[in-house]
Design a protein around this ligand. Sequence first.
Ligand code: GDP
Length: 358
Amino acid sequence: VKKNKDAGDVPHIRTPIVCVLGHVDHGKTSLLDRIRGSSVVSGEAGAITQHIGATIVPIDSITSMSGSMKSLNISIPGLLFIDTPGHHAFTTLRARGGALADMAIVVVDITEGFQPQTIEAIQILRNCKTPFVVAATKLDRVPGWRSTEKSPFLKSFGNQNERVTLLIETKVYDIVATLAEHGFSSERFDRVSDFARNLAIVPVSAHTGEGISDLLMVLIGLAQRYMEEALTLTVDGPGAGTVLEVKEEKGLGATIDVILFDGTIRVGDEIAIATTDGVSTTKVRSLLQPRPMQEILIEDRFLRVKEVVAAAGVKVSAPGLDQVIAGSPVRVIGDEPEDVKASIAREMTEINVTLSPE
Ligand code: GDP
């Protein structure tokens, strides 16, 4: 695995983790698919990489998409998107008592506006104090909209007639008004001057790719301004992650898909896990990541790696993983095995799972 090579000279700022929330059918999956498909040709520098349960979009890819200058002095290495959208994924994936995701995108269909689950999403994010941006999607469905594939929003917006321009303004202001009712001050992203005070609304289309580069740049901006400190995690320390899923794999037995949010995990590491029988320990047998597309014909669909550095998605194979609880913490055991086990037990109590004593 490449050791945070995209981080350049600042290897200690890890990739922020992003989750997508919003009302059913408003376009969460399509937006994620578009972001995943918007890569520079895979294999090239800056290409998007598929992880287990997640996708990493490196900063090079984002800046080249948006055509912006490197002089922005960006130290965030990229963005890690959790592949599973929705409120359930966001709320069950915890890290050290908080949400696993560092940031979120709330998707709202621009033609429908806020719906019950959109409101629920912003309430959840407020409670978790998770910074977010609103993606007003399905822009191409606004009657009369003239699309320009993959164009930045303002460029496409400039090509519309007055009626369409006015309609978009009205739709965006409907969203601004609804957000205001819920105590959030917001603006269309290009009018936001202070991202600490105003939520940014980015009109996008997953079908045409319009506004996607703006959305990614706003997320980078958010991470850059408000999260650098929180993101300065020890990529070199013992790995800490959250279990996405427990999966039976042919030839491997029970494996766990993990989002590593801090530190490094290596083959041979002793790890502490939470199982239905309590906190236990095991030794990492192998670390697996998806094979790149061009190697897909090789029968084994996983690539074995020696180590993985946060943030990343990885499949862990080890003895005794069949009883691991989805959503529970995983920790590499360093110098203080009892502390690590106690902290897992504490986190499990916090997330309301009672473990029987060992
Ligand atoms: P989810 O339930 O929030 O994940 O929504 P989906 O991504 O499955 O989208 C629901 C429907 O809306 C699908 O039929 C999509 O093709 C459609 N859709 C999503 N995004 C867009 C968009 O940007 N433009 C258009 N025209 N349709 C979209």
